[in-house]
Ligand binder design. Sequence first.
Ligand code: OXD
Ligand code: MN
Length: 588
Amino acid sequence: MASAAERWVEDQERLARPARVAWCDGTEGEAWRLLEIGMNEERLNGPVFLKLNHKSWPTAYLHHSDPTDVARTEHLTFVCHSTREASGPNNNWMEPAKAKKKMAKLSEGCMRGRTMYVIPYMMGQPDSPYAKACLMVTDSTYVAVSMRIMTRIGTPILEKLRNREDFIKGFHSVGDLDPNHRYIMHFPQESLVWSVGSGYGGNALLGKKCVSLRIASYLGLRQGWLAEHMVIMGIEDHRGNVTYVTAALPSACGKTNLAMMESALPEYRVWTLGDDIAWLNIGPDGRLWAINPEAGYFGVAPGTSMKTNPNMMRTIRRGAFNPTLFTNVGLNTDTNEPWWEGLDGPVPENMLDWQGRPWTPGSGAKAAHPNSRFTASIINSPMLSPEHNNPQGVPISAIIFGARRTRLIPLVMESFNWAHGVFLGARMGSETTAAATGQVGVVRRDPMAMRPFCGYNFADYWRHYLNVGNRLTRPPGIFSVNWFRVDENGKFMWPGFGDNMRVLKWIVDRVNGRVPARETPAGLVPRIQDLDLGGLNISEDKMERLFAVNMKEWKGEVDDIRDSLKPYGGRLPAEIREQLLKLERQVR
Ligand code: OXD
Ligand code: MN
């Protein structure tokens, strides 16, 4: 008798009517076969994969996406619970039956003449009690190759799927790539994702945002855990002690650089466990334990260099395990190498831009799309934590909420307690970036950096966060960071990058009870003398201004926070309302 997985795939085949069905086995031979297929497959503006210079960029390939399909499309992303209230004001909602009808219409015969790849995959180390078994179909060779970099795929996973019905299902088709026929639909109650019309990673690599955040956050609500948009890293001190922390930052705000930081403090080093998603479970010891459900990086290329992220440069040039893909970067036609703004070295003389058009520095536009990406296996990281495959994960001592704010928000701040920490997350705002379509550089409320990713009503999510805290006997500290505060000339006051270790060291010192803190109305900040600023040329005045909390200037901020919480009405947890009231009193 066919398994539930096989029956589900047959249903998708009947709907999409592909020319052939290929089950991915996850072997290395298959990877190279798929790349070969992609190199001979003409789509849009050229082949799906272009082989790059393998002497300087081993195993690297270039992919161009449709120019209208270069970022997540939040306005076309829906979370379809049975009621609008369950999805919340933070999500687009459609009645599930109506959404399915719409998607079925778009999917009917959509894979005609194409191959339907069937990808059994696992989010998390397959033997982890916290991992989730998933199955997706796609008609994109690019997605099939990317999924094997980003997740654990293949026949062994299929064996795990065979005897169960509770796997997470995903249907993906690039459709006709018409933005009017593009929808990324989620049905959390059925653990189903249905994405048509986009080949962009955040919309098409279903294991990432769709499954590991939107679907998983709802599973977490039901099962008592949290799925978060967070980096996981270990910070090793000179004694060899490793403190594990997670950090949530909105898209394209330097999360990947943080996760792979080369420390400016010689006695400290970072071990990377993940750069985008953390699943947080309450361990039997009352601590919070984190796993990274993913197995790869899907990072922003522009700005990545030996200066900003040397470890990522080493990772994407290593090519030891799995291919490395570049999407929508420029191409140096003399050397057949990828190029993007911010890459080390001179600007090449002969270039094609991200759409394959001749490009010169004088042409005004960027050679690489601002949201161009690399996809690379985490195994290739030189600083991969020895714990990355530990089925239990790592115990978390601090949760950090970070945002891009040019004004008001101090460099680092610790919450007074768990409820205040949840509020620090809930009131997060950040200046927008190119990772999603829309205006760049305006402050947008992005609670816990989860605004585009929470698969249910934020009010219920904050309540769940508070409940998780209540169940922890040894909860992590909660902190906020902001590397982006500017002076009166609009210049960043903090150097950022490897120097952020100075801030992380203070956080590690705090959670280990080694230093006191200074109280401000907004939270606890460091005494300047407790920060290790050795070797850093920064004036005392600047340091003071990095931590300035002048509540008189917070009036507009508090108004904005109040407005952002208003739509949640009576569903808002009392603890959050109390925190808001306190803040309102402070600016009066
Ligand atoms: C990402 C994002 O790609 O957050 O990680 O958009
Ligand atoms: Mn992200």
